[in-house]
Design a binder for this molecule. Structure first.
Ligand code: C5P
Length: 224
């Protein structure tokens, strides 16, 4: 049995990709498997937290003891997170939210025309995490930054822009890291500027390592 060191905490985790529909058959999405977020939800529940998981479409089964809210689009994820976040002490946003959606979804299947190119107009989605960062509250906010270049600079900027306590940066081009696999290699960047590199480990081990750090810094935040 895991130590019950998150008893009394309510943790909101988001996981998986979002899908942005073009028409009844097609959507824009990404390669997120949801494994990292599900591992965090499972680990937090095993450690005694109340866990709410807001997940885009994945092939994973719901961890025991976790309350699942399934969503499809970024806008649905936004509504679910805003609905559930108010009484959470920790929010971990592991979802790969689509930054843009088609500006208008067609009711009928889009037909091929005679032209060899087709342009899509895209509309910016709400940044869920940035919005949470702007709300007042004691919540400990954790974001993920999946990058293919300038990992530290980009992650630091996201931490500041979104007003986060911790950002988990992973280099999508590194071996053993990223979306589909069962392992990850991450660098943690804290609000005070501390940087910590974690070695390659399974997503389940990483989930526990993250929760260890969140738990020790959470109480620092409450006392600050
Ligand atoms: O997309 P970006 O690299 O800015 O994502 C960093 C963090 O922000 C992730 O934790 C992601 O879940 C979150 N995010 C969000 N809403 C968006 C885009 C990203 O909550 N529209």
């Amino acid at each position: 049995l895991a130590p019950q060191d998150l008893t009394g905490e309510t943790v909101l985790v988001t996981a998986g990709p979002t899908r942005e529909e073009l028409d009844p058959m097609r959507f824009l999405s990404n390669h997120s498997s949801g494994k990292m977020g599900y591992a965090i939800a499972r680990a937090a529940a095993d450690r005694g937290a109340r866990v709410r998981l807001v997940a885009g479409p994945t092939a994973l089964s719901t961890p025991r003891g976790v309350e699942l809210r399934q969503v499809v689009s970024a806008r649905e994820m936004h509504a679910a997170v805003m609905d559930l976040a108010s009484d959470c002490s920790i929010v971990v946003k592991a979802a790969a939210v689509a930054d843009y959606r088609p500006a208008c979804r067609q009711d009928q299947k889009i037909k091929k025309g005679g032209e060899s190119t087709l342009s899509l107009e895209l509309q910016r989605n709400p940044d869920i995490l940035a919005e949470l960062g702007q709300l007042q509250g004691e919540r400990f906010l954790v974001g993920f930054a999946a990058e293919t270049e300038q990992l530290l600079e980009n992650a630091r900027r996201k931490l500041q822009d979104k007003n986060l306590d911790l950002i988990v940066a992973n280099d999508l081009t590194a071996e053993g890291a990223g979306f589909a696999g069962d392992t990850n290699v991450v660098r943690l960047i804290y609000r005070n500027g501390d940087v910590e590199d974690l070695p390659q480990m399974s997503k389940d081990q990483l989930a526990h390592s993250l929760l260890d750090r969140i738990r020790s810094r959470l109480h620092g935040k409450e006392e600050a």
